[in-house]
Design a protein around this ligand. Structure first.
Ligand SMILES: Nc1nc2c(ncn2[C@@H]2O[C@H](COP(=O)(O)OP(=O)(O)O)[C@@H](O)[C@H]2O)c(=O)[nH]1
Ligand SMILES: [Mg+2]
Length: 238
């Protein structure tokens, strides 16, 4: 069983160095790492490049300019399918997701087609987020569930493990989201294709280094995207 962990980065110099070192120390069997970096001005790409020379498990996909989270993941998914990975994981670079939870996600994927590291399936497991940000995130999940019917507590989760078959059956060139609504879109499309989705509880901790890339534009995109997804699904154009 070969797994690929995809980490998208934009200006994550301090985090990615530590994250890659942690992952290499954990030495999870069959796990490779692909960092998708959007030519971060802070030199994140150069750090990863140097790490690829030390560890054959680490790979770098360097893109020209900040092209958005959605397309970064799509590029990573295509890489995973081309290189015959069985399990494909998504994780943030900033330690909001604990790399120690990766084995639990992989375990979950023995049962589910899509395993979601969920902040909200056993109470609220978010540490250090300002209340405003927490309400935005929980509100987004509730709103998505109400509009689309997606049966998840954490609809925008970015810590996910996909079985290969899920990504093979989705039209990756037809992914519409640039920003974080990408996470909603992928889960909704997998659900509509009758893949099984399961949530495993994780604790999400706010980043200590670097800055969040959350913006008004991203919230705006997500607000409308859920309606578009529902409409496309009703009209058979998903
Ligand atoms: N390649 C790439 N990575 C991105 C982009 N936007 C965000 N990221 C990465 O996606 C992950 C989540 O972003 P983050 O800013 O931490 O979002 P937040 O935790 O929701 O505030 C981090 O690893 C970011 O570096 C982008 O446009 N391109
Ligand atoms: Mg973050």
């Amino acid at each position: 069983m070969k797994s690929l962990l995809i980490i998208p980065t934009f200006n994550e110099r301090d985090n990615i160095r530590k994250m890659l070192a942690t992952l290499m120390e954990m030495n999870i069997e069959g796990l490779d790492v692909l960092v998708v970096d959007d030519s971060s001005p802070d030199g994140t790409g150069e750090i990863v490049e140097a790490m690829t020379k030390l560890y054959p498990q680490i790979h770098l996909l360097s893109r020209k300019g900040k092209l958005g989270l959605g397309t970064a993941y799509v590029a990573g998914f295509k890489y995973a399918l081309e290189h015959d990975y069985d399990r494909i994981l998504e994780m943030d670079a900033d330690f909001s997701h604990d790399p120690n939870d990766i084995p639990r996600l992989l375990q979950g994927s023995e049962k589910y087609d899509v395993t979601i590291g969920s902040r909200y399936c056993q109470g609220v497991n978010v540490v250090n987020w300002p209340l405003k940000r927490l309400l935005l995130s929980m509100g987004a999940s509730l709103y998505t569930r109400m509009v689309t019917g997606l049966p998840l507590r954490d609809c925008t989760a970015g810590f996910v493990c996909y079985r290969r078959q899920v990504l093979e059956s989705l039209d990756l060139d037809n992914v519409k989201s640039d920003g974080y609504s990408f996470q909603i879109e992928m889960k909704f499309k997998a659900w509509k294709k009758d893949f099984t989705l399961g949530e495993v509880p994780i604790v999400f901790v706010d980043r200590r280094f670097g800055e969040s890339k959350m913006s008004k534009k991203i919230v705006h995109e997500a607000y409308w995207m859920v309606w578009k997804l529902k409409f496309w699904s009703l009209t058979g154009k998903l």
